[in-house]
Design a protein around this ligand. Structure first.
Ligand code: FES
Ligand code: FES
Length: 155
């Protein structure tokens, strides 16, 4: 199978039962996407599939053949962090940080579809991403701040 992964073509040959999360972490060594519950309950494994946020632990790898996958490694870089990453840092929205990659990808999908979400819309869009550390108020502020940053830059 062939996928476009973070903008680059990648060939892979996953087992039929392998999930996209297995492929990313175990075969492609992209460990930014986290495995926590591994059963569709927490959102730590969230990635974008054709721009839509999905739980990679519930997505069969072979079903992604020919599709576009974006992971946290493709969102920004240390040198050029995405506005969401900047806003999460500025709002101190990560404590242990284990849920943060999934939170960022869910937020990225939201802001790509809606550049000025209300608080209710942010909460609804992020409701599939749990944070054991309970940083929800800071995550809400960070997403709001990133939306404003993106509107300012027109990105
Ligand atoms: S690891 Fe996929 S939803 Fe929890
Ligand atoms: S920052 Fe620790 S689980 Fe969210």
């Amino acid at each position: 199978m062939q996928i476009t992964l973070n903008g680059r073509p990648v060939a892979a040959d996953p087992e039929g039962h392998a999930t996209l999360l297995d492929l990313l972490r175990d075969e492609l060594a992209l460990t930014g996407t986290k495995r926590v519950c591994d059963r569709g309950s927490c959102g730590a494994c969230t990635v974008l599939l054709d721009g839509v946020s999905v739980y990679s632990c519930l997505t069969l790898a072979q079903g992604c053949d020919g599709h576009d996958v974006r992971t946290i490694e493709g969102l920004g870089s240390a040198a050029e962090p995405h506005p969401l990453q900047q806003a999460f840092a500025l709002e101190d929205a990560a404590q242990c940080g284990f849920c943060t990659p999934g939170q960022l990808m869910a937020a990225a999908a939201l802001l790509a579809a809606n550049d000025d979400p209300s608080d209710d819309e942010i909460v609804a869009a992020m409701s599939g991403n749990l944070c054991r550390c309970g940083t929800y108020p800071k995550i809400l502020r960070a997403v709001r701040r990133a939306a404003a940053m993106l509107r300012e830059t027109g990105a």
